[in-house]
Design a protein around this ligand. Structure first.
Ligand code: MN
Length: 333
Protein backbone atom coordinates (compact mmCIF):
# COMPACT_ATOMS: atom_id res chain seq x y z
CA UNK A 1 0.00 0.00 0.00
CA UNK A 2 1.21 3.44 -0.90
CA UNK A 3 1.06 5.54 2.21
CA UNK A 4 1.81 8.77 0.48
CA UNK A 5 -0.26 9.98 -2.39
CA UNK A 6 0.56 13.52 -1.35
CA UNK A 7 1.42 14.79 -4.84
CA UNK A 8 -1.95 13.67 -6.16
CA UNK A 9 -3.68 15.17 -3.13
CA UNK A 10 -1.92 18.47 -3.68
CA UNK A 11 -2.92 18.42 -7.37
CA UNK A 12 -6.54 17.98 -6.32
CA UNK A 13 -6.24 20.81 -3.80
CA UNK A 14 -4.81 23.18 -6.39
CA UNK A 15 -7.04 22.34 -9.37
CA UNK A 16 -10.58 23.65 -9.93
CA UNK A 17 -12.81 24.78 -7.06
CA UNK A 18 -14.50 21.98 -5.14
CA UNK A 19 -16.55 21.46 -2.05
CA UNK A 20 -14.91 19.49 0.74
CA UNK A 21 -16.42 17.83 3.76
CA UNK A 22 -13.60 17.51 6.32
CA UNK A 23 -14.45 14.78 8.78
CA UNK A 24 -12.97 13.62 12.04
CA UNK A 25 -13.74 11.02 14.67
CA UNK A 26 -16.21 10.56 17.51
CA UNK A 27 -15.20 12.28 20.76
CA UNK A 28 -12.95 14.71 18.89
CA UNK A 29 -9.65 15.33 20.66
CA UNK A 30 -7.09 18.07 20.08
CA UNK A 31 -5.54 16.34 17.09
CA UNK A 32 -8.91 15.66 15.47
CA UNK A 33 -9.98 19.27 15.99
CA UNK A 34 -6.64 20.80 15.07
CA UNK A 35 -6.02 18.76 11.94
CA UNK A 36 -9.58 19.12 10.61
CA UNK A 37 -9.76 22.85 11.25
CA UNK A 38 -6.27 23.47 9.86
CA UNK A 39 -7.25 21.61 6.72
CA UNK A 40 -10.46 23.59 6.37
CA UNK A 41 -8.54 26.88 6.73
CA UNK A 42 -6.04 25.69 4.11
CA UNK A 43 -8.77 24.66 1.66
CA UNK A 44 -10.52 28.02 2.07
CA UNK A 45 -7.25 29.78 1.29
CA UNK A 46 -6.96 27.68 -1.84
CA UNK A 47 -10.40 28.90 -2.94
CA UNK A 48 -12.49 25.85 -2.08
CA UNK A 49 -15.61 25.43 -0.04
CA UNK A 50 -15.01 23.44 3.10
CA UNK A 51 -16.90 22.46 6.22
CA UNK A 52 -15.71 20.46 9.22
CA UNK A 53 -17.95 17.67 10.47
CA UNK A 54 -17.58 15.64 13.66
CA UNK A 55 -20.03 13.06 15.05
CA UNK A 56 -20.49 14.63 18.49
CA UNK A 57 -19.59 17.74 20.45
CA UNK A 58 -15.96 18.60 21.18
CA UNK A 59 -14.69 19.59 24.64
CA UNK A 60 -15.23 23.20 25.54
CA UNK A 61 -11.49 23.82 25.85
CA UNK A 62 -11.13 23.60 22.07
CA UNK A 63 -13.91 26.11 21.36
CA UNK A 64 -11.42 28.97 20.89
CA UNK A 65 -9.83 27.42 17.80
CA UNK A 66 -10.55 29.38 14.62
CA UNK A 67 -13.88 28.29 13.10
CA UNK A 68 -14.58 25.73 15.85
CA UNK A 69 -17.96 27.45 16.24
CA UNK A 70 -18.79 26.59 12.62
CA UNK A 71 -18.18 22.86 12.97
CA UNK A 72 -21.17 20.68 12.13
CA UNK A 73 -21.97 18.36 15.06
CA UNK A 74 -23.46 15.14 13.68
CA UNK A 75 -25.73 14.16 16.56
CA UNK A 76 -27.06 17.70 17.00
CA UNK A 77 -27.39 18.78 13.37
CA UNK A 78 -28.10 15.54 11.59
CA UNK A 79 -29.66 16.99 8.42
CA UNK A 80 -26.83 19.44 7.97
CA UNK A 81 -24.30 16.65 8.54
CA UNK A 82 -25.89 14.39 5.96
CA UNK A 83 -26.09 17.30 3.48
CA UNK A 84 -22.42 18.05 4.03
CA UNK A 85 -21.55 14.46 3.16
CA UNK A 86 -23.93 14.10 0.23
CA UNK A 87 -23.08 17.42 -1.38
CA UNK A 88 -19.31 17.15 -1.04
CA UNK A 89 -17.11 16.60 -4.08
CA UNK A 90 -14.43 15.22 -1.80
CA UNK A 91 -14.59 13.60 1.63
CA UNK A 92 -11.44 14.35 3.59
CA UNK A 93 -10.88 12.20 6.68
CA UNK A 94 -8.58 13.45 9.40
CA UNK A 95 -7.00 11.52 12.30
CA UNK A 96 -8.91 8.26 11.99
CA UNK A 97 -8.18 4.90 10.44
CA UNK A 98 -11.67 3.43 10.21
CA UNK A 99 -14.76 5.05 8.71
CA UNK A 100 -16.78 3.48 11.51
CA UNK A 101 -15.06 5.87 13.94
CA UNK A 102 -17.39 8.51 12.49
CA UNK A 103 -20.27 7.13 14.53
CA UNK A 104 -23.82 7.56 13.29
CA UNK A 105 -22.67 8.85 9.91
CA UNK A 106 -20.53 6.00 8.60
CA UNK A 107 -23.30 4.55 6.42
CA UNK A 108 -23.71 7.90 4.60
CA UNK A 109 -19.96 8.18 4.18
CA UNK A 110 -19.65 4.68 2.77
CA UNK A 111 -22.62 5.24 0.45
CA UNK A 112 -21.07 8.37 -1.04
CA UNK A 113 -19.32 8.14 -4.40
CA UNK A 114 -17.11 11.13 -3.64
CA UNK A 115 -13.41 10.27 -3.46
CA UNK A 116 -12.26 9.65 0.11
CA UNK A 117 -8.91 11.07 1.15
CA UNK A 118 -7.15 10.30 4.42
CA UNK A 119 -4.60 12.11 6.58
CA UNK A 120 -3.75 9.94 9.56
CA UNK A 121 -1.16 8.42 11.89
CA UNK A 122 -3.02 5.35 13.23
CA UNK A 123 -2.12 1.74 12.46
CA UNK A 124 -3.96 -0.06 9.63
CA UNK A 125 -6.30 2.30 7.76
CA UNK A 126 -9.44 1.03 5.98
CA UNK A 127 -9.21 0.12 2.31
CA UNK A 128 -11.84 2.67 1.26
CA UNK A 129 -9.49 5.62 1.01
CA UNK A 130 -8.64 6.51 -2.58
CA UNK A 131 -5.69 8.67 -1.65
CA UNK A 132 -3.85 8.86 1.62
CA UNK A 133 -1.07 10.62 3.41
CA UNK A 134 -0.75 8.31 6.36
CA UNK A 135 2.27 7.35 8.44
CA UNK A 136 2.65 6.10 11.99
CA UNK A 137 6.11 7.56 12.64
CA UNK A 138 4.80 11.01 13.56
CA UNK A 139 3.38 12.42 16.78
CA UNK A 140 0.04 13.40 15.37
CA UNK A 141 -2.03 14.02 12.28
CA UNK A 142 -1.29 17.70 12.78
CA UNK A 143 2.38 16.96 12.21
CA UNK A 144 1.49 15.39 8.85
CA UNK A 145 -0.64 18.40 7.94
CA UNK A 146 2.29 20.68 8.71
CA UNK A 147 4.61 18.49 6.63
CA UNK A 148 2.13 18.52 3.75
CA UNK A 149 1.56 22.28 3.65
CA UNK A 150 5.19 23.21 4.21
CA UNK A 151 6.38 20.87 1.48
CA UNK A 152 4.11 22.33 -1.19
CA UNK A 153 3.62 25.97 -0.21
CA UNK A 154 4.91 27.13 3.14
CA UNK A 155 3.50 30.62 2.55
CA UNK A 156 0.00 29.23 3.12
CA UNK A 157 0.76 28.64 6.81
CA UNK A 158 -0.50 31.37 9.12
CA UNK A 159 -1.11 31.88 12.83
CA UNK A 160 -4.65 30.46 12.82
CA UNK A 161 -3.46 27.28 11.14
CA UNK A 162 -0.44 27.18 13.46
CA UNK A 163 -2.73 27.45 16.54
CA UNK A 164 -4.64 24.41 15.29
CA UNK A 165 -1.50 22.40 14.54
CA UNK A 166 0.18 23.14 17.87
CA UNK A 167 -2.99 22.17 19.73
CA UNK A 168 -3.00 18.79 17.98
CA UNK A 169 0.67 18.17 18.63
CA UNK A 170 0.70 19.23 22.29
CA UNK A 171 -2.38 17.16 23.14
CA UNK A 172 -1.53 14.01 21.15
CA UNK A 173 1.89 13.92 22.80
CA UNK A 174 0.58 14.76 26.29
CA UNK A 175 2.78 17.85 26.46
CA UNK A 176 5.63 16.26 24.51
CA UNK A 177 5.68 13.34 26.92
CA UNK A 178 4.59 10.25 24.96
CA UNK A 179 4.00 8.93 21.46
CA UNK A 180 6.21 9.31 18.41
CA UNK A 181 8.08 12.43 19.44
CA UNK A 182 11.00 13.12 17.14
CA UNK A 183 13.36 15.97 16.39
CA UNK A 184 10.85 16.82 13.67
CA UNK A 185 8.11 17.31 16.26
CA UNK A 186 10.19 19.99 17.97
CA UNK A 187 11.34 21.61 14.72
CA UNK A 188 7.73 21.90 13.61
CA UNK A 189 6.79 23.36 16.99
CA UNK A 190 9.56 25.91 16.62
CA UNK A 191 8.22 26.85 13.17
CA UNK A 192 4.73 27.22 14.63
CA UNK A 193 6.12 29.58 17.28
CA UNK A 194 7.76 31.58 14.49
CA UNK A 195 4.31 31.85 12.90
CA UNK A 196 3.18 33.76 15.98
CA UNK A 197 1.46 31.25 18.24
CA UNK A 198 1.55 31.84 21.99
CA UNK A 199 2.31 28.45 23.51
CA UNK A 200 1.76 29.57 27.09
CA UNK A 201 -1.64 30.98 26.23
CA UNK A 202 -2.68 27.83 24.35
CA UNK A 203 -1.46 25.58 27.17
CA UNK A 204 -3.46 27.70 29.58
CA UNK A 205 -6.61 27.41 27.44
CA UNK A 206 -6.26 23.68 26.88
CA UNK A 207 -5.04 22.56 30.30
CA UNK A 208 -5.87 25.15 32.94
CA UNK A 209 -9.57 25.65 32.40
CA UNK A 210 -10.86 22.41 33.91
CA UNK A 211 -13.96 22.46 36.07
CA UNK A 212 -13.73 21.66 39.78
CA UNK A 213 -15.84 18.53 39.27
CA UNK A 214 -13.47 17.27 36.58
CA UNK A 215 -10.52 17.40 38.95
CA UNK A 216 -12.55 15.77 41.72
CA UNK A 217 -13.54 12.97 39.32
CA UNK A 218 -9.84 12.42 38.60
CA UNK A 219 -9.24 12.19 42.37
CA UNK A 220 -12.08 9.71 42.72
CA UNK A 221 -10.66 7.60 39.87
CA UNK A 222 -7.26 7.41 41.57
CA UNK A 223 -8.47 6.80 45.12
CA UNK A 224 -11.55 4.63 44.68
CA UNK A 225 -11.46 3.18 41.18
CA UNK A 226 -7.89 2.06 40.64
CA UNK A 227 -6.44 -1.41 40.98
CA UNK A 228 -2.70 -2.03 40.70
CA UNK A 229 -1.71 -5.45 39.37
CA UNK A 230 1.94 -5.38 40.42
CA UNK A 231 2.79 -8.80 38.97
CA UNK A 232 1.49 -7.66 35.59
CA UNK A 233 3.00 -4.16 35.86
CA UNK A 234 -0.49 -2.96 35.07
CA UNK A 235 -3.02 -0.47 36.40
CA UNK A 236 -6.76 -0.91 35.85
CA UNK A 237 -9.13 2.01 36.41
CA UNK A 238 -12.84 2.35 35.81
CA UNK A 239 -15.68 4.82 36.13
CA UNK A 240 -19.31 3.79 36.37
CA UNK A 241 -22.35 5.63 35.03
CA UNK A 242 -23.10 6.75 38.59
CA UNK A 243 -19.57 8.12 38.99
CA UNK A 244 -19.95 10.15 35.80
CA UNK A 245 -23.27 11.52 36.98
CA UNK A 246 -22.00 12.33 40.46
CA UNK A 247 -19.12 14.38 39.03
CA UNK A 248 -21.25 16.03 36.33
CA UNK A 249 -19.10 14.54 33.55
CA UNK A 250 -18.81 16.81 30.50
CA UNK A 251 -17.33 16.07 27.08
CA UNK A 252 -13.57 15.62 27.47
CA UNK A 253 -13.58 15.35 31.27
CA UNK A 254 -12.24 11.79 31.29
CA UNK A 255 -9.44 12.64 28.82
CA UNK A 256 -6.03 11.96 30.30
CA UNK A 257 -7.13 10.01 33.39
CA UNK A 258 -5.68 6.80 31.95
CA UNK A 259 -2.22 8.37 31.70
CA UNK A 260 -1.92 8.60 35.49
CA UNK A 261 -1.56 4.81 35.71
CA UNK A 262 1.75 4.99 33.89
CA UNK A 263 3.15 7.57 36.29
CA UNK A 264 3.53 4.86 38.95
CA UNK A 265 7.05 3.45 39.07
CA UNK A 266 7.29 0.01 37.49
CA UNK A 267 3.90 0.23 35.74
CA UNK A 268 4.03 -0.47 31.99
CA UNK A 269 0.34 -0.68 31.12
CA UNK A 270 -2.63 1.41 32.13
CA UNK A 271 -6.24 0.73 31.21
CA UNK A 272 -9.37 2.78 31.83
CA UNK A 273 -12.92 1.45 31.45
CA UNK A 274 -15.75 3.95 31.31
CA UNK A 275 -19.39 2.92 31.46
CA UNK A 276 -21.18 4.99 28.82
CA UNK A 277 -24.84 4.74 27.85
CA UNK A 278 -24.37 2.37 24.90
CA UNK A 279 -21.05 0.72 25.58
CA UNK A 280 -17.96 0.54 27.72
CA UNK A 281 -15.34 2.92 26.38
CA UNK A 282 -11.85 1.55 26.91
CA UNK A 283 -8.50 3.34 26.75
CA UNK A 284 -5.12 1.66 26.91
CA UNK A 285 -1.72 3.21 27.41
CA UNK A 286 1.67 1.54 27.60
CA UNK A 287 5.34 2.33 27.92
CA UNK A 288 8.17 1.68 25.49
CA UNK A 289 8.07 -1.60 23.63
CA UNK A 290 4.91 -2.86 25.31
CA UNK A 291 2.34 -3.04 22.52
CA UNK A 292 -1.04 -2.42 24.03
CA UNK A 293 -2.63 -2.11 20.57
CA UNK A 294 -2.56 -5.92 20.39
CA UNK A 295 -5.07 -6.12 23.21
CA UNK A 296 -7.34 -3.50 21.67
CA UNK A 297 -7.30 -5.22 18.30
CA UNK A 298 -7.43 -8.88 19.33
CA UNK A 299 -9.71 -8.74 22.36
CA UNK A 300 -12.03 -5.83 21.63
CA UNK A 301 -11.89 -5.19 17.86
CA UNK A 302 -10.49 -1.73 18.57
CA UNK A 303 -7.22 -0.13 17.57
CA UNK A 304 -4.91 2.86 17.56
CA UNK A 305 -1.21 3.02 18.24
CA UNK A 306 1.35 0.77 19.93
CA UNK A 307 1.38 2.84 23.13
CA UNK A 308 -2.09 4.40 23.01
CA UNK A 309 -5.09 2.49 21.84
CA UNK A 310 -8.78 2.16 22.50
CA UNK A 311 -11.92 0.17 21.95
CA UNK A 312 -15.61 -0.20 22.71
CA UNK A 313 -17.06 -3.15 24.56
CA UNK A 314 -20.73 -4.05 24.36
CA UNK A 315 -21.54 -5.68 27.66
CA UNK A 316 -21.06 -5.05 31.38
CA UNK A 317 -18.10 -3.16 32.77
CA UNK A 318 -17.23 -6.23 34.86
CA UNK A 319 -17.00 -8.40 31.74
CA UNK A 320 -14.96 -5.77 29.94
CA UNK A 321 -12.42 -5.72 32.79
CA UNK A 322 -12.46 -9.51 33.08
CA UNK A 323 -11.57 -9.83 29.40
CA UNK A 324 -8.66 -7.46 29.93
CA UNK A 325 -7.29 -9.53 32.78
CA UNK A 326 -7.68 -12.63 30.65
CA UNK A 327 -5.73 -10.92 27.87
CA UNK A 328 -2.93 -10.08 30.28
CA UNK A 329 -2.68 -13.76 31.19
CA UNK A 330 -2.80 -14.98 27.62
CA UNK A 331 -0.52 -12.78 25.57
CA UNK A 332 3.05 -11.68 25.68
CA UNK A 333 3.12 -7.92 25.36
MN1 MN B 1 -4.16 11.81 16.56
Amino acid sequence: MNNSDKNQIWDLFTSDKKSFCVISHTNPDGDAMGSALAMKLLLKKLGHEAEVLVPNIYPDYYAWLKDADKIIIGDEQRDKAVDCIEEADILLFMDLNKVRRVEGLDEFLLASDAPKILFDHHVGPDEVFKLQFARTDVSSTCELVYEFISEFDKSLLDKDIADCLYTGIVTDTGNYFHGNITAGTFRITADLIDLGIDVLEINQKVYNTFSESRIRMLGHSLINRMEVLHDKETVVMYLTKDDLKKFNDQEGDTEGIVNYGLTIKGIKISALFIERAQYIKISFRSEGDVNVNQIAVNYYDGGGHKNASGAYFYGSIEDAILRFKQALNEIEL
